[in-house]
Ligand binder design. Structure first.
Ligand SMILES: NC(=O)C1=CN([C@@H]2O[C@H](COP(=O)(O)OP(=O)(O)OC[C@H]3O[C@@H](n4cnc5c(N)ncnc54)[C@H](OP(=O)(O)O)[C@@H]3O)[C@@H](O)[C@H]2O)C=CC1
Ligand SMILES: O=C(O)C1=N[C@H](C(=O)O)C[C@H](O)C1
Length: 267
């Protein structure tokens, strides 16, 4: 029998945080021990409407939470600024972070990587917990070896704070590992409306669509003489992320450093 993993969720009222609570409720090896939510300090989670009725306390202040409750893992599903501070604080308290929050800068990721190593604490930062999205990124990396001309179109709901998405940035980074730096399009092309050609990462273009009705979708389009290859993934429901969150919570207990991307935890 495996030991129960004691979990704190930050952002429990959010689209992802509430889904994570529903996942934890179903899993015998995960135990929710507290939540962090800046708006409901001191309440019990069971007092909030529409969420699983866990009898755990909500803390607005992360330090107070970590000083009051013994936990193994912090699952952070908040906002870029808050998520970064939470991850850093968790490491300082000896609690392993599993971070779905996107929008961290490269400098923040480097700092957290160093801190996790210094503390010898497992940390998972995964821009996308859906296994299909991880495969889409891996397939894109494979294709980029043969097709250096590539554009990424990511489409999300219109409540998303960061653009481009964490998944699009991670995809471009994986492609960068195998693609020689190349400026795409016509050398003399000019935008007549600013932003028309999208964001630029090492010559690759990334386009961010935000519309009501969307959840999380991405197409990676490769172009070559006489052919195109499109690799596409859609999350229609946030349940698609939950097997990845569960895997990350279990695996982070076995790690002593930071891993960036769920692909590092899959066989
Ligand atoms: N890795 C992955 O697979 C996925 C990652 N994400 C990422 O997860 C993050 C959350 O996404 P989503 O659930 O859609 O966003 P939501 O806006 O639905 O949820 C974020 C929650 O965090 C809360 N929050 C804000 N500040 C604090 C704080 N200081 N302490 C505790 N809670 C706080 C918000 O409360 P309030 O609104 O009241 O301020 C809100 O309830 C985003 O960064 C998103 O990109 C999303 C989907 C999949
Ligand atoms: O905000 C979202 O919804 C999502 N965020 C992640 C990202 O930025 O890539 C993962 C997924 O795309 C959903």
């Amino acid at each position: 029998m495996t030991d129960t993993i004691k979990v704190i969720v930050a952002g429990p009222r959010g689209r992802m945080g509430s889904e994570a609570l529903r996942m934890i409720e179903k899993e015998d090896n995960l135990e929710l021990v507290a939540c962090i939510d800046h708006k409901h300090d001191g309440k019990k989670l069971s007092e909030l409407d529409g969420l699983p009725a866990f009898d755990v306390t909500i803390y607005a202040d992360i330090n107070t939470c970590f000083e009051s409750v013994q936990a193994d893992v912090l699952v952070d599903l908040t906002t870029p600024e808050v998520g970064y501070l939470h991850t850093k604080t968790a490491l300082e308290y000896g609690i392993r972070p599993v971070v779905g929050t996107t929008g961290f800068t490269n400098e923040q990721l480097e700092e957290l990587t160093d801190l996790a190593e210094e503390k010898g604490l497992g940390t998972v930062i995964a821009p996308n917990f859906a296994v299909g999205a991880v495969l889409m990124m891996q397939f894109a990396k494979m294709a980029a070896k043969y097709f250096p001309d590539v554009e990424i179109i990511e489409k999300h709901h219109d409540q998303k704070l960061d653009a481009p998405s964490g998944t699009a940035v991670k995809t471009a980074q994986l492609i960068q590992d195998v693609r020689e730096s190349k400026k795409q399009g016509h050398p003399n092309e000019k935008e007549t409306i600013q932003g028309a050609r999208g964001a630029d990462m090492d010559g690759m273009k990334i386009h961010s669509v935000r519309l009501p009705g969307l959840v999380a979708h991405q197409e990676v389009i490769f172009g070559s003489s006489g052919q195109n290859l499109t690799i596409k993934h859609d999350s229609f429901d946030r349940a698609s992320f939950m097997s990845g969150v569960k895997l990350a919570v279990e695996q982070v207990m076995k790690l002593d450093l930071l891993v960036y991307g769920l692909e590092n935890l899959l066989d």
